[in-house]
Design a protein around this ligand. Structure first.
Ligand code: IPM
Ligand code: MN
Length: 354
């Protein structure tokens, strides 16, 4: 019997619905080729709904999400909504409530011309960042007193427990082993200054590696140095593991190294639960409805979703189709409005290449 996967589909704001449409087009094509089906339940959470109803993401939606096998998110962000409301109310709430403790960001350059770095080829830019996704400063522990007075005090604490570091580290080591490339796991932190949290991560990395993963080489970068090496020598990296805020920052740097937000995709993963996939670009309000936004990142996020659902052959086929479409000569640039094709034509091209 055919496998059917139930997917919560959140197209979201701005260009989110346009890129989601193309992602669905491609993963549906992959599903029919590889003999499974995707059953979507649409949700209209995002800026429009918030402006109409004051609601970001009700608890009942989280309960519904738990019954799906994955969540696909287009983009959220609305010019008329104050920054932070939708990010915290929808994206971070889902990450926390569903304990999506891994942010998985494959960084892959599909074509040499898209790389802003001189002389770097697709062979040089091919690594994965595993960002811890629910801990650290993002937990929001801390507070503010005497707000608005000259003596205002604010704190926001980098909070990590050993089990939270260990579960992330285990995922990263397993990933490096499964990926089977350089078999190297680079820990990125700032242990020369963050002597408490950094030391916790350094010991977790070393102890788990020594004990359970003797086949994986252990490597370490301070985060500031990592930003230099990512530009100078991206070919050094295989799998990077890092805490939440550092991961947030270096994955944006990595996105531009791989050609920009048009191609950068990610997954918010709960290895034991329900994961959520998204393209890294925002809702790009100014491009909305013009059929000029690049859907490749959204399509790649769809491929990652298939991989996590266990449809690894279909996921690999989506990745090959994306690579082939980008190297067909038909897509001039990755930038919105300069692709030489419309959003839907790029989706058609990838789907037909499958
Ligand atoms: C990301 C984003 C989010 C984050 C924001 C929108 C809350 O930048 O997914 O990287 O900081 O994690
Ligand atoms: Mn970010």
């Amino acid at each position: 019997m055919k496998n059917t996967y139930s997917i919560a589909l959140l197209p979201g704001d701005g260009t989110g619905p346009e890129v989601t449409r193309e992602a669905v087009k491609v993963i549906d094509a992959a599903a029919s080729k590889f003999g499974f089906t995707l059953d979507y339940t649409p949700y209209d959470f995002g800026g429009e709904r918030y402006l109409k109803t004051g609601e970001t993401l009700p608890d009942s939606a989280i309960e519904e999400f738990r019954k799906h096998q994955a969540i696909y998110l287009g983009a959220i962000g609305h010019p008329d909504v104050k920054p932070g409301i939708l990010e915290c109310g929808i994206l971070l709430k889902t990450r926390f409530e569903l304990d999506q403790y891994i942010n998985l960001r494959p960084v892959k350059l599909y074509r040499q011309d898209d790389c802003p770095l001189k002389d770097k080829t697709p062979e040089d830019v091919d690594f994965v960042v595993i960002r811890e996704n629910t801990g650290g400063i993002y937990t929001g522990l801390g507070g503010v007193v005497q707000q608005g007075t000259p003596l205002e005090v604010a704190t926001q604490v980098m909070l990590y427990s050993r089990p939270v570091v260990d579960r992330c580290m285990k995922y990263a080591y397993e990933y490096a082993r499964r990926r089977n490339r350089k078999k190297m796991l680079t820990l990125v932190h700032k242990c020369n200054v963050l002597t408490h949290c950094g030391d916790l991560w350094v010991r977790a990395h070393k102890e788990m590696g020594d004990r359970d993963y003797p086949d994986i080489r252990q490597d370490y970068n301070h985060v500031d140095a990592c930003t230099m090496w990512l530009v100078k020598q991206p070919e050094w990296y295989d799998v990077i593991v890092t805490e939440n805020l550092f991961g947030d920052i270096i994955t944006d740097l990595a996105a531009i190294v791989q050609g920009g937000l048009g191609v950068a995709a990610g997954g918010n993963i709960n290895p034991e639960g329900v994961s959520m996939f998204e393209c890294m670009g925002g809702s790009a309000p100014k491009y909305t409805g013009k059929n000029i936004i690049n859907p490749i990142a959204a399509i790649a996020a769809g491929g990652m979703m298939l991989d996590t659902l266990g449809e690894t052959d279909a996921a690999a086929a989506v990745d090959r189709a994306v690579t082939a479409a980008l190297n067909s000569g038909k897509i001039k640039s990755l930038a919105a409005g300069r692709m030489g094709l419309g959003t839907s034509e790029v989706g058609d091209l990838v789907a037909s290449t499958l």
